[in-house]
Structure formats: structure tokens, C-alpha cells
Write a protein that binds this ligand. Structure first.
Ligand code: ATP
Length: 553
């Protein structure tokens, strides 16, 4: 495990700032340590010899200033550590969220992994920045200054320090190798635990109905036990390595002390430089010993930041064009300046569109043209790819082929132009009105009633829903979700409205009413594209596009 991942410095401005400010603080701290050791040695020797150079009060003042500077730098380190951790976490979270949004719908990053990484994973950077990195910077910057000061006073002690100091990093490297394995195993276990919890929570009612809840609790118990035992293993390695490093540090200081003692007794050395080096020697080893002690509490942060950086550095897939990259390519080819707003012409145009999931085609090639004002129905067998086509239009799934609206390539970057409701209503806790206005809260309040009327919402907009929108029937929830998409379409004047199975839970009369209302919505100057199995909605559409199933290898 590397003590500091250079990618962190490359990626994070805050981390670079931390290192520069830390370097300056370390120099200040080293200077204060040298000044304190010199002043104390001068005072003691002066008092013994009856002649304090410059006067005892001056020396005491120097000692007080040096001690104050050390205390101040200690406090500044605390502040720098927490501020640095906060900023770096925010930067990494921001970058990761951006990357995960690009990757939405990909299986490579599971929800549990993302949640663990973004939450407790990056929180572990507090220890890393708060305790470990300050000591690492001190070791890199202050230790050489202290060694040079000791060498200047007594070259033999300087030489001993130069010989024994590298032993500690060697021990640390050996311990680091052992730690890496146990730490990675523990991180994997934590992720497995989160994954298990998330799956079980998501499907709890199903598991209970099918009598599988007990088996799942046994599974969680097993994973928890494994996590507990791997935590104990990490702790064992931590204690052992702490002991080893303390021993190595103490023996090294003892070596310097013994050599000085022998030479003082033999009269080969003056008392003042000997005392100065003796006072300074523990300070020389202190940062490196602290690095060892803080290393283990920081490894969780190191491991999480490694994973975050791996994810950020992961190569984009080759071959098939990803949603947002397709936009850029198409925009460049058409020479357009603002791919989102320029060149409004021509409605929806789809050529040879194939949606990819995990790099594999899941739809047959599709051609489609739709003009503004049209209600278009995508129909086809279950699994033929209707939802996947909508996902590609939203930039949630990779695709090949051309897909543009009014001459602008559709995908992640144009998502804000599209109003959408999915197959599952996905309502949130709060009032029906808040659910409908979600994301467009500033819109004209009159639009709420308009959208509710289009979607046939007949429940009181002030009614409060429970967590995950609990409190409505399936059909009611579906209509609220459609109302939300319609509200957004009206609020942002979206040229494209995508609705996935908007009438699947409605009776025939309500379906007919919604079909008419959606056609009217289209007539107001937008394309309304619905994926549907229902004849009633398809019959009302201006255009019906049958989706063929992809031929799979
Ligand atoms: N997230 C995903 N990852 C991988 N494959 C997927 C994913 N979602 C869908 N698929 C696959 O893509 C194909 C098309 O699925 P899609 O949901 O688009 O079909 P659909 O026509 O909307 O089906 P339905 O009418 O049942 O909703 C299916 O074979 C499915 O297995």
C-alpha cells in the first residue's frame, strides 16, 4: 500500500494545497524544535558553568517563543487536516457523482458499492488527512532538517541517525504489505455486507411472503461475522506493527544516547553539543513513529481513495459510442456552437439506433421519424427494448447509431430538455403537489392543476404520502408520476416527453381519457413518445412504431 497516491494530488486541488501548506508548517515546526533544543542545552550548560550566553532571560524567552510556535503549528495542523479532509472529500464526491451519473445503468458500479464508497468510504479520509498525512509531511520535510541540525552539532550522531532512520520505513513497508491484504479483505467484506443489506431491504416483503426472510437473516449474520473477524485481524496487525515501530524508534534513540554517553565519559565530546543532540533525537524519530501509528487508522481512507481514483481513472469503453460522447461528436460534425439549444429543426430523427447494455446490443436497429405535435407509441413484446430505447434517449444507456431531436444529438447532456416518467412511479415522501412539482418548484402554480388534469390525478394535491410514496393505489401512483412528467414538460417547455407504460395500471376509461390528453399535450408543440403494451393508447397515437426483438448470439 503506497503511503500517498500521486493520483490524489493530480486529481484534487485541495490535496495539493494541503501538501504545500503542510510543507511550510513542517519547516516552521522543525525550526522551532531546533531552537528549543539549542536554547535548553545552552541554558543547562550555562547554569552548570555559571555563564549563560546572552543571559538566562533571553534564553528562556527563546524557549517560550519556540514552544509557542510548536503549539501554534500543532493547532494549525489540526485545522489544516480537517479542512483538507473536508475539501478533498467534497472534490472526490463531486467527481465520483459525475462519473456515476455517466455510468448510470451500468452494472460495473453497484448501488451498494457506490453508497459505501461515497459515504463511509470517503469519510475515512478524515483520519488520513487529520492524522496520517500531517505526520508524513513532517517526516518528509522536518526530519531531514533535524538530521542536518544534529549532524552540524555532532557528525557521529548525525551518521547514526542517517543509518538507523531508514530502518523504520523498511519495517513500515513490510508491515504495509501485510496490512494491504487484510485491509482490502475487510473493505470487500464491508461492501458485501452493504450489498446484502440493500438487497434484503429492497425485497423484504417478497422474502417474507415466500418464507425466505430467515435464510436472509442467516446470510447477513454470516457476512457480519466475517466482517467482525476480519476487523479483529486488522486490529491484531495494527497492534503488532505499532509495537514493532515503537521498539525500532526507541532503540534508535538509545543508540544515539549510548554513543553520546560513552564519548562524554571518555572526554571525547563537549557537553553542549551532546545535550543538544540528546534533546533533539526523540524529535527526529517522532514524526516517523507517528506515521507508523497513524498508518493503520488511515488505511481505510487510503483504500477508499484508491478505489475512488480507480473509478475516476477507469478507461471509457471503446467501440460503441456512449450517450454524451455521441452528442459531442455529432455536434462537432454539424459545427454547432451550443449543442443543446442551437439549430432547432426537424423533430425526432433516429437512424440505426441500437441500445447496448454491458456492451451487448439489446435492441434491433431502429429507424424512426417523428414531428413536433405527434403522439408516438413504441409497441413490442416484453423485453424487446422499449424502456431501453427511452433510457438511451435520456443518456442512461450506451448506444450506437444516430439519435437527434431538432438536429441536436440526444443523451445525458440534453436530459434537461426531456420530461420523463418511468415504468415504476418512484414517488417520494411529501404531498402529491410536491411530488408533481419535483424539480420544477419555481414553475407557475397553475401548471400543477393542468398537469394533474392531463394525467387524470383525482386525489387531493395536499395529501401527504409516506416514505417511497406510500399511501396511493398503483394506478393513482402511476398517474401522479405521469403528472410530474407533464408538469415538467409544461414548466420547461420540453420538446420531448417520454412516458414508459403510462397507462399500464389504468382501467379502459381512464386510459382513453389519458390518451386524448397526451395527444393534446403533443399538439401544443412537442413530441410525446410512449412505450406501451396497451391497445387503447396505441390506437390514439399518430404513429405506432413496432419494436423488434434483437437477435441474440
Ligand atoms: N439494466 C440492464 N442491464 C442489462 N440488461 C438490461 C437492463 N435493462 C434491460 N436489459 C435487457 O434489455 C432488454 C430490453 O429490456 P427493456 O426493459 O428495454 O424491454 P421492454 O421492451 O421495455 O420490456 P417490458 O415491456 O417488459 O417493460 C431485455 O432483454 C433486458 O434483459
Amino acid at each position: 500500500m503506497r503511503p500517498l497516491d500521486p493520483r490524489l494530488l493530480r486529481r484534487s486541488r485541495a490535496a495539493r494545497g494541503f501538501m504545500v501548506a503542510g510543507g511550510a508548517l513542517a519547516l516552521l515546526q522543525a525550526g522551532a524544535a531546533v531552537a528549543f533544543a539549542w536554547a535548553l542545552a545552552a541554558l543547562v550548560v550555562g547554569l552548570i558553568e555559571g555563564d549563560v550566553p546572552g543571559g538566562a532571560s533571553t534564553i528562556v524567552a527563546v524557549m517560550l517563543v519556540a514552544a509557542s510556535v510548536r503549539a501554534l503549528t500543532g493547532w494549525l495542523w489540526e485545522w489544516l487536516g480537517s479542512a483538507g479532509a473536508m475539501r478533498v472529500k467534497a472534490e472526490l464526491r463531486d467527481a465520483l457523482l459525475g462519473r456515476l451519473e455517466d455510468r448510470a445503468g451500468r452494472r460495473s458500479v453497484t448501488t451498494a458499492r457506490a453508497a459505501t464508497l461515497l459515504g463511509p468510504g470517503l469519510d475515512a479520509l478524515d483520519e488520513y488527512f487529520g492524522r496520517y498525512l500531517p505526520q508524513l509531511v513532517l517526516t518528509a520535510v522536518a526530519t531531514p532538517v533535524l538530521v542536518v541540525a544534529a549532524w552540524t552539532a555532532d557528525w557521529v550522531s548525525g551518521l547514526i541517525l542517517v543509518i538507523v532512520l531508514p530502518l523504520i520505513p523498511v519495517f513500515m513497508a513490510l508491515i504495509g504489505m501485510a496490512t494491504e491484504v487484510v485491509q482490502r479483505r475487510q473493505w470487500d467484506r464491508l461492501q458485501a455486507l452493504s450489498r446484502g443489506f440493500l438487497e434484503v431491504l429492497g425485497g423484504l416483503s417478497t422474502l417474507m411472503v415466500f418464507g425466505r426472510a430467515e435464510r436472509q437473516s442467516r446470510r447477513i449474520r454470516t457476512v457480519t461475522d466475517e466482517y467482525r473477524s476480519s476487523t479483529m485481524k486488522v486490529l491484531r496487525v495494527t497492534f503488532l506493527s505499532g509495537f514493532t515501530l515503537e521498539l525500532a524508534g526507541s532503540l534508535s534513540v538509545a543508540l544515539v544516547a549510548v554513543s553520546i554517553g560513552l564519548r562524554l565519559v571518555a572526554g571525547d565530546m563537549a557537553f553542549a553539543p551532546g545535550l543538544f543532540v540528546l534533546i533533539l533525537a526523540p524529535d527526529v524519530f517522532l514524526p516517523i513513529r507517528n506515521v507508523g501509528a497513524a498508518f493503520h487508522s488511515a488505511t481505510a481512507g487510503l483504500e477508499a481513495s484508491r478505489e475512488a481514483l480507480d473509478l475516476l481513472d477507469a478507461d471509457e469503453p471503446h467501440g460503441p459510442v456512449r450517450g454524451d460522447r455521441a452528442e459531442r461528436t455529432d455536434a462537432a460534425a454539424s459545427g454547432s456552437h451550443d449543442p443543446i439549444t442551437d439549430g432547432l429543426r426537424g423533430g425526432l430523427r433516429v437512424r440505426d439506433l441500437v441500445v447496448l447494455r454491458d456492451g451487448q446490443p439489446v435492441t434491433a436497429p431502429l429507424d424512426l421519424d417523428a414531428a413536433r405535435g405527434e403522439l408516438v407509441a413504441l409497441t413490442g413484446a416484453s423485453g424487446s427494448g422499449k424502456s431501453s430505447l427511452l433510457a438511451a434517449m435520456l443518456g442512461f444507456a450506451d448506444r450506437t447509431g444516430e439519435l437527434d431531436l431538432d438536429g441536436v444529438s440526444l443523451g445525458a447532456r440534453t436530459r434537461r430538455l426531456v420530461a420523463w416518467s418511468g415504468q415504476v412511479p418512484q414517488l417520494v415522501e411529501g404531498t402529491i403537489a410536491a411530488n408533481i412539482r419535483l424539480g420544477s418548484e419555481d414553475a407557475d402554480p397553475a401548471l400543477l392543476l393542468h398537469a394533474a388534469a392531463v394525467a387524470g390525478v383525482d386525489v387531493d394535491p395536499g395529501l401527504r404520502l409516506g416514505p417511497a410514496g406510500a399511501g396511493l393505489s398503483g394506478g393513482q401512483a402511476q398517474r401522479v408520476a405521469v403528472a410530474r412528467a407533464v408538469h415538467r414538460a409544461l414548466a420547461i417547455d420540453a420538446p420531448l416527453v417520454l412516458l414508459d407504460e403510462p397507462t399500464s395500471a389504468l382501467d379502459v376509461d381512464r386510459e382513453r381519457a389519458m390518451a386524448v390528453a397526451l395527444r393534446d399535450l403533443a399538439r401544443s408543440g412537442r413530441i410525446v413518445l410512449v412505450a406501451t403494451h396497451r391497445g387503447g393508447l396505441a390506437d390514439a397515437a399518430d404513429r405506432v412504431i413496432p419494436i423488434r426483438e434483437a437477435i441474440r448470439a
